[in-house]
Design a binder for this molecule. Structure first.
Ligand SMILES: C=C(O[C@H]1C=CC=C(C(=O)O)[C@@H]1O)C(=O)O
Length: 420
């Protein structure tokens, strides 16, 4: 089922410790950036040693895992650090819908990483194809500042605001009639820029304003997501389940009042509990210990406050991060409950293909460690065009106008990144 656009022979991989690089993103030499950064730590990559584009299907995670193992298992690896993210890695971004053909994995030629005070560069190549392959001798230089996209004009995506509100109203009536419990409906918005959009300019702005989020770029999908779908480090797994949202207040007292209202809101707690229950049910069979909080906490971001449940577990047997995310995706934070009915309603009501928005995005290494978020607060870049996405969980009591306002607030992360 797989279509390998470019797969090399035997890889030679060298990881070398380096001095603290400072801002990882500033060292990306081209606009075709790969990135996964939070609080300054993470991985950035450039160049392309191998690429896999996958058609749709529920088995796309297993196919990706098998392809990586075929390539990474026989690799000649020199990795004195042996940390999550050292040695060979792939960045990836999967289509949201199992019917979508948009999933992509990229093994970069160069990776620069930092984790807990240690930094490294990794060179990944195929000497048979590339000739003698020079590893990076040290830190790559700081690149010239990327150009901003310039003047922007905006247009609706698949649905205008009133048409999307109508879709939300239809969803609430289906939910009230007992057809399903929750569905997440999204809309898209198009930005047209004066100049080709350089992902690096957006990444810098997002990482500066949203340091607690995971700022990412994979094959033109760029964003800063607050939602960690799964992190695997050895037998430990962590997830941060988000669902339930309010706008930030204009002053501290107003902000606190909004946060309290969110915390007590039956509608938002219902939205949240669908997501937490599903993550618990998906992880429980895979874990010996699983810690799921009884009550959510509040996660405050510059544009919105979310209900958040941090989940931690220990894997019972060897599973790669891709095995675990296959069990989790799509959660009710982005699809709904029950999943199949929610997916059908999304296809019927959104009037668009989500592509990789709301799909898993992140990285995986040869040991099966990795970090994957849900691709939210993001845009798909194509030359001078950016397609932004935002979605909202809909339950029986959802109000279309309030959901539209919530989607506008979620768009603000990428609007800020583009507009500065
Ligand atoms: C679907 C999105 O957000 C999800 C994550 C957090 C809160 C959500 C909500 O309150 O609706 C959504 O479930 C999005 O940002 O596009």
């Amino acid at each position: 089922m797989k279509l390998a656009v470019h797969a090399p022979g035997r890889l030679v991989v060298r990881t070398t410790p380096v001095a603290d690089p400072g801002d990882l993103l500033s060292r990306l030499p081209h606009p075709t950036a790969l990135a996964w950064v939070r609080h300054g730590d993470g991985l950035v990559g450039w160049g392309e040693t191998a690429r896999l584009e996958l058609p749709g299907g529920h088995d796309r995670f297993a196919a990706a895992d098998a392809w990586l193992r075929e390539m990474f298992d026989p690799a000649e690896v020199d990795d004195p650090l042996r940390l999550p993210g050292t040695g060979p890695v792939a960045f990836g971004s999967f289509g949201f819908d199992p019917k979508s053909a948009d999933s992509v994995l990229i093994v970069p030629r160069y990776v620069l990483g930092r984790r807990d005070g240690r930094a490294w560069v990794t060179t990944i190549g195929d000497p048979a194809e590339d000739g003698p392959f020079p590893p990076l001798a040290g830190l790559p230089p700081v690149a010239a500042a990327p150009a901003a996209p310039g003047r922007l004009t905006w247009s609706d995506g698949a649905r205008s605001a009133p048409s999307w509100e109508q879709a939300v109203a239809t969803a609430t009536s289906r939910i009230r009639s007992g057809h399903l419990g929750k569905v997440v409906l999204a809309r898209d918005l198009i930005a047209h820029a004066a100049r080709p959009i350089d992902a690096r300019a957006l990444l810098e702005r997002l990482a500066g304003r949203y340091p607690t989020c995971y700022t990412f770029a994979v094959a033109g999908l760029v964003g800063a997501t607050p939602e960690l779908l799964i992190r695997r480090s050895g037998d430990r797994v962590d997830s941060l389940v988000l669902a339930g949202t309010t706008a930030r207040g204009t002053a501290p007292a107003d902000d606190d009042a909004r946060a309290r209202t969110l915390f007590r809101s039956g509608k938002d707690r219902e939205e949240h509990s669908y997501a937490v229950d599903m993550v618990r049910d998906a992880l429980a069979p895979l874990c010996t210990d699983l810690d799921v909080p009884d009550e959510p906490e509040l996660l405050r971001l510059p544009n919105v406050t979310h209900l958040a449940s941090p989940v931690h577990g220990r894997l019972a047997a060897h599973r790669t991060v891709l095995d675990v995310l296959a069990a989790l995706h799509p959660t009710p934070a982005v699809a709904g409950t029950p999943t199949d009915r929610a997916l059908e309603l999304i296809r019927e009501l959104e009037g668009m293909d989500r592509g990789r928005y709301a799909g898993p995005v992140g990285w995986v290494d040869a040991r099966g460690d990795g970090e994957w978020g849900i691709a939210l607060r993001c845009a798909e870049l194509d030359g001078t065009r950016a397609r932004l996405f935002a979605g909202c969980g809909i339950v029986a009591d959802s109000d279309p106008a309030a959901e539209l306002a919530e989607a506008q607030n979620k768009f603000r992360a990428m609007q800020y990144a583009l507009e500065g």
